[in-house]
Design a protein around this ligand. Sequence first.
Ligand SMILES: [Cu+2]
Length: 471
Amino acid sequence: MSTAKSRRDFFRSASLLGIAGGAVAASSVSRVALAALPEPVIQTKPDTAPPLIPNTGVPYNPVVTLNGWTLPWRMNQGVKEFHLVAEPVVREMCEGFKAHLWGYNGQSPGPTIEVVEGDRVRIFVTNKLPEHTSVHWHGQRLPNGMDGVAGLTQPSIQPGKTFLYEFVARRPGTFMYHPHADEMVQMAMGMMGFWVTHPKTKHPLIDDVQRDFCFLLNSYDIDPGSYTPKIMTMLDQNIWSWNSRVFPGIDSLNVRLNDRVRIRIGNLTMTNHPIHLHGHEFTVTGTDGGPVPKSARWPEVTTDVAVGQMRQIDFLADEEGDWAFHCHKSHHTMNAMGHNVPTMIGVDHKGMAAKISKLIPDYMVMGERGMADMGEMSMPLPDNTAPMMTGEGPFGSVEMGGMFSVLKVRKDQKASDYKDPGWFKHPEGTVAYEVAAPAASIQAPKQVMDKPPAIEVQIRKPNGSQGHMNH
Ligand SMILES: [Cu+2]
């Protein structure tokens, strides 16, 4: 179904259902304003959209959402109006791997909402999901009835209905939005989005930056070959993603040498993520609670983003190169498969493999030397999944997946150009290289485990007498 047609259908069903009338806080909006909902803008591609330069109101340096986009608004008598549509979406998590998620306006996560401190914001939320929902504006100062907690501060938004939220974006900073109705299911299905409120005037704790990136940490449990997340999984997710993308599907962060760079990260998974940047030190300059006082900042190369937290990091990109940027939990830089594989390092199971392959012709021995072989192996994969460790770099397989990307710092990157400059061209003599060494001087450690030493264990029997047990 084309976007144009789905929009037409939406407006037809909207008028049939009388959506425009069923809004909360209708008293603050005239009937005329309600009758004309802003047309929802839908995005179906997972590309990183260029920054949305504001053409009205206070100017600011817009953010770039990794593999995402900023929702356009319309000005209506001084109020910024947005239209979010909660709906089932198909998200390409990387090439060859699509997930059936729930999100907003065609994508999961939903579009980023960018406003300026002091803006009056009106957000229409239309529910095209098969169940009720609500939207909570995480971190915002707002009237209690606009907080979006179904049952507590508002009735839930039933399928087919549109609600209206309206408040003033009172404090600048890094925020997110997500449902506060059947939360476990709806967040496990990908319903979330970013929110940035830019300062109205020069703020003593918010420095100007040349590049401003944002993304959400999310995780899913999607069996290889299937499309829909298993929503009951509490901690054992197998897909660790940034903005519902996994490496090598996550775009690089491309900056110019000596740019001041800001990266805003929000965590809506069910575990913490130590986010690590190579080659530079950063400081945490803000959280969803606001800017961090200067006296409370210290340099880091890794910062932990706990569940439900947001971190805003700033740094000077003064080292050229392709710098890894990733979650430091190594299981989070891997994609599905292989998490239940026993450790086989040092185990000689060749004979066993031959016997098994008589029964299962495709049986392969994995991980005798480590798991690195998996990165280069082109194993037959089920139809819809991502390779566990992959990503072709200029020197071979990067052996990564999941929460991994690259900060690309270039001298010749143009100001405000976010295009991928390709791989770094290292100055001669600055790349680690193989040296000739006599083989005898670097002997590999012996890993023979076929004859474990016999260990004698003394076991005290309940009656006090001693027994022997040989292992
Ligand atoms: Cu992680």
